[in-house]
Design a protein. Sequence first.
Length: 406
Amino acid sequence: MAAKQIAIIGGGPAGLMATEVLSLSGHAVTVYDGMPTFGRKFLLAGKSGLNITHSEDYDRFATRFGTASERLRAALDAFTPDDARTWAAGLGTETFVGTSGRVFPDVMKASPLLRAWLRRLEAQGVTLLTRHRWTGFADDGLAFETPNGPITIRSDATLLALGGASWPRLGSDGGWTTLLQDRGVDIRDLEPANCGFDVAWSDVFKSRFSGAPLKSVTATSDAGTFPGEFVISEHGIEGSLVYAHSAALRDRLKRDGEAALSVDLAPGRSIERLAKDLARQDSKASISNRLRKGAGLEGVKSALVRELAPHTALSDPEQLARLIKTLPIPVLRPRPIAEAISSAGGIGFDSLDERYMLTSLPGMFAAGEMLDWEAPTGGYLLTACLATGRAAARGIDHWLSDTGGA
Ligand SMILES: Cc1cc2nc3c(=O)[nH]c(=O)nc-3n(C[C@H](O)[C@H](O)[C@H](O)COP(=O)(O)OP(=O)(O)OC[C@H]3O[C@@H](n4cnc5c(N)ncnc54)[C@H](O)[C@@H]3O)c2cc1C
């Protein structure tokens, strides 16, 4: 097949992975990104330790994408967590498995990998254009805002890899939703995923404990029961344990109008044991002393019980023990999507064919976080972005071979 002109819009992990595959197939690929540099969210992900994939059993790994797991399976099978590690190593970034099973680059950050990746793409002849913001469709082409004013480009095939809507200042702001809806693409509302929640803390609790971590606890929601830690924030709760429950809490809030994260503040002790130890305390002692001596709770853990427990429970050892084991933290709403790690919603799979092509826009493909899937933190997000970028690139190649292009 003669080389074709391919436009990749969005230079994050999904777009760059597709670029790599298509330029290796011999196509003339141009990557357009609205920001002054590529991969800004990828770089931010590396600020707190880039979690590139996960080492758990692959069959388990492949179920982490909720209702979209089945639909993503072929793309993941073709680019597994092991492939992600081999790919990173090919760019000079060796990885290691952390104690949690998560996989990190030796250097923990994303910048060396991204630098090497962009260098390699340029060496493959890819044209990389920043400050080119896609603004929609025009005259049978694609319209962009550039530093030199508006331009229109034409391509034989196009991949959209515009990301979700979290952290919009890094470039992915979900502005594409209306552009595609106008063209008959089914878009599910973009919602916060892996996010914190608002809680109606009292002013006293908030001012004393905002920023305090709750370590070695377990938390339960419709998602299940997981150990971990989270942080009290000015607005409510955030941190990895909350993120693990965030989809379940968000969906429960939508369904019932209310939701609570149930926290076990003393995972190593039974209710019976706690009740006995609490009953042994002097009933005239302060509640703080009884919680400290009877349940080993101090600081933010003790304050959380006092903040949330009904007054009557504080003097009843049995009720108090039960609350310590299943303390419900009522959440009001997710924090805004701009603060979330990722987003749920996006292009519905019904609008895509098996090749990741938009059925209402032949020749236009989509990949990455802009598709309607979500996953917990743990390297699942990046792996699926890379895998769908790769799958869409293969889809473009096949479509071009079948049809000869637009
Ligand atoms: C704080 C934080 C930490 C994270 N840590 C991890 C982690 O450790 N592990 C993990 O797996 N995931 C992590 N993630 C999530 C991960 O970074 C994203 O899922 C991933 O970057 C999404 O890749 P993408 O290519 O689909 O989109 P993006 O990376 O968002 O890239 C989309 C690109 O499209 C460009 N764009 C958008 N609109 C336009 C337009 N109209 N015209 C031109 N260009 C446009 C943007 O500028 C951007 O460069 C983290 C996210 C955040 C915010």
